[in-house]
Design a protein around this ligand. Structure first.
Ligand code: ZN
Length: 69
């Protein structure tokens, strides 16, 4: 018996293959990942630099002065 696609099931939005119930609404984990990556890259913009400026005052070695007294 041929496996007829479920008319209630939409094809995978990524590649158009029949959807696997485990990966609804996609046919495979790969397609789910593809969609996730699209979604993330579209809405989650990585800022150029969100690094906090380093507080190098604490890292600067204190000058060893002995002539201050
Ligand atoms: Zn797919």
């Amino acid at each position: 018996m041929a496996m007829a696609p479920d008319p209630n099931t939409k094809p995978c939005a990524i590649c158009g293959k029949p959807v696997d119930a485990r990966y609804k609404p996609f046919c495979s984990k790969r397609c789910a990942d593809v969609d996730l990556n699209r979604w993330l890259s579209g809405s989650y913009v990585i800022p150029g630099s969100e690094l906090l400026p380093e507080d190098d005052e604490e890292q600067r070695p204190a000058p060893a002065r002995k002539d201050a007294e």
